[in-house]
Design a protein around this ligand. Structure first.
Ligand code: AR6
Length: 231
């Protein structure tokens, strides 16, 4: 299934990836998409154990702040299951604030297979990573590095060796990465969120004053990074 879409895919780059035209042949029909889209998971709320209510407030607040700055581009928040608590909290809070559902939506699926598995074209993917921006661990980080291959590791190392909590780094994905052709991903934005898990480095020990500040910074630098790609 996943492989069957790639042969018919035509990916056309214009300029500095600022406009990407992707044509996908799916069951005989041709769908085209030229709208830059950032897919992001909930930063820090799984392995890093951040409180879901607090995180959802921050996500909606930051989405609201950046949505007017991304032009025709879109933001999509992704999680693996329909039972995702964080996804439903964000959905409810975003609806209450009347956030434009054409510009911001939620999606259930594997973030590494959005186009092949879900028919959703996203050229920029956010990766909640670790301090050393290294492959493995679990969650999205392990899946992203696996899907994007060694090419992402090399391209990442050229740009950054480490991140502090709240920071991000934008990595253009080399076209030789299998993920580029299979899913149309052109950029990965690695972002380090606040950690509340005592078994992981730099645990904030339930200090949510610091934690909320850092999570806000993480989303703000992520969305700022996306703005810099689309403009
Ligand atoms: N597709 C979509 N969403 C996913 C996927 C996937 N393949 N996998 C997990 N999620 P997490 P964190 C959701 O743990 O809490 C790594 O080991 C998940 O349900 O990836 O910031 C790094 O190396 C949750 O809602 O990120 C770090 O050490 C969200 O993605 C640490 O985990 C984020 O879960 C970072 O932990």
């Amino acid at each position: 299934e996943a492989g069957s879409h790639t042969a018919g895919d035509a990916l056309e780059k214009k300029g500095k990836f600022d406009k990407v035209v992707v044509t996908t042949s799916t069951s005989g029909s041709t769908a085209s998409c030229c709208i830059p889209t950032l897919a992001f998971p909930s930063i820090s709320t799984a392995d890093f154990q951040f409180d879901l209510e607090k995180a959802s407030d921050i996500i909606v607040e930051q989405v609201e702040e950046y949505i007017s700055r991304i032009g025709e581009a879109k933001l999509v928040m992704v999680d693996l299951s329909h039972g995702s608590k964080i996804l439903s909290l964000v959905k409810t809070k975003a609806a209450k604030k009347n956030i434009d559902s054409n510009k911001f939506s939620t999606f259930v699926g594997d973030i590494t297979q959005l186009r092949s598995g879900g028919g959703l074209s996203c050229n920029v993917i956010a990766n909640p990573t670790n301090r050393e921006i290294k492959p493995g661990g679990g969650g999205v980080n392990a899946a992203v590095f696996k899907a994007a291959g060694f090419e992402l590791e090399v391209a990442t190392k050229e740009r950054a060796e480490k991140l502090a909590a709240g920071e991000c780094v934008i990595v253009p994905l080399p076209s030789s990465s299998p993920w580029f052709g299979a899913e149309g991903v052109t950029h990965v934005i690695h972002v380090l969120g606040p950690n509340m898990n005592p078994k992981r480095p730099d645990c904030l020990k339930d200090d949510y004053t610091k934690g909320c500040k850092i999570l806000r910074e993480a989303y703000s630098s992520l969305f700022e990074g996306f703005v810099s790609i689309v403009k």
